[in-house]
Design a protein around this ligand. Sequence first.
Ligand code: FNR
Length: 383
Amino acid sequence: QNEIYNAGLKGHLPHFPVDFATLEARAHEALGPMLTNYVAGGCGDEHTQDMNASAFHHWGMIPRMMVDCTERDLSIELFGQQFDNPLFMAPIGLNGEATQDRHGDMAAARASALTGVPFCASTLGNDPLEDVKKACGDTPAFFQLYTPRNREFAESLIKRAENAGYSALVVTLDTWVTGWRPRDLNASNFPQLRGKVLQNYFQDPVFRSLLDKPPEEDMEAAIMMFAGVFGQVLTWDDVKWFKSVTDMPIVLKGICHPDDARRAVDSGADAVYCSNHGGRQANGGIATIDLLEDVVKAAGDVPVMFDSGIRSGSDAVKALAMGARSVGVGRPYTYGLALGGAEGAAWVLRSMLAEADLLMAVNGYPTLEDVRIAGVQRTDLAV
Ligand code: FNR
């Protein structure tokens, strides 16, 4: 933040935007209409998606004075590992397409190495998960699984992630079928599944064994096979199966109801991931931030990860105040990738962390424990 202010005194403007609205507008220009529809689009009339972000405004924090906040500690512990900051990059399929070279996952991984913000790599990566993990450097990474119907293939993806050194397996529960997304349907985003995409899938040995010809020779057939094996409906008993095939901690992504949080814990999940997929899967829902406190309460001692609607450092602090252990940044870092690859994504993450750090300084919360104790209040219900 000092760097930005000091440069401003000399008349230099920041390379990338420091507010979400400008970031979004410039990223949409860079992405062009088809990719903008894909990244920015959501389910139905996008009411739930919009609410995810706007609902943060009806939660507020009250500052405390005369607290020594000259040093702030934003570090957390998760899966037995220490992290310097409480953010992570949420999994975004086809992230790869956000950069000109179509290797956006590699750029996100480099942003992770630059910032210490862990990257949760999506199953639907344009680069093999092994390469992505290496590019994360010393920063731990998570792997997100869309569980294929073919269990042998699912196991192959999981084992590859474990062997590559990922620290956790994030199993997404809410996307065994794709939601009603008018922007995708109207714009027919299917053409973007051409060319050198989804290499994480296409280079998997089990996936390749299911094909008559390798994807390089018959992309059409590979894409049809991809569509055919994608999307297993999971039940609570499946958590046992995940635990039987890997030692990685299991995170269940898409939990919004407190009863589901309890069932996740009872089934052996190592973390609960409260998210509504950024409003891309179901419309007519409730902003995820409005559900977080109940999910945290129900999860007890099991850590809760959170995403959906985080647009600023203060949004992240509010989610932490509600008890999230770690907060996922979604669309904003993909917009950073679109504007400046690894540097662009790192800029977005650093800006959020700087804002969160300053907010804690000004509000008199030297640690995240103080943030949790301070909590948030619902401003629109206040008498
Ligand atoms: C996603 N999300 C997602 N989730 C997941 O588990 N696997 C995936 O491959 C994807 N792909 C994906 C693509 C795009 C373009 C978006 C925007 C989102 C959901 C993602 O992890 C996260 O839940 C949302 O992005 C959170 O919402 P906001 O904060 O980005 O609006």
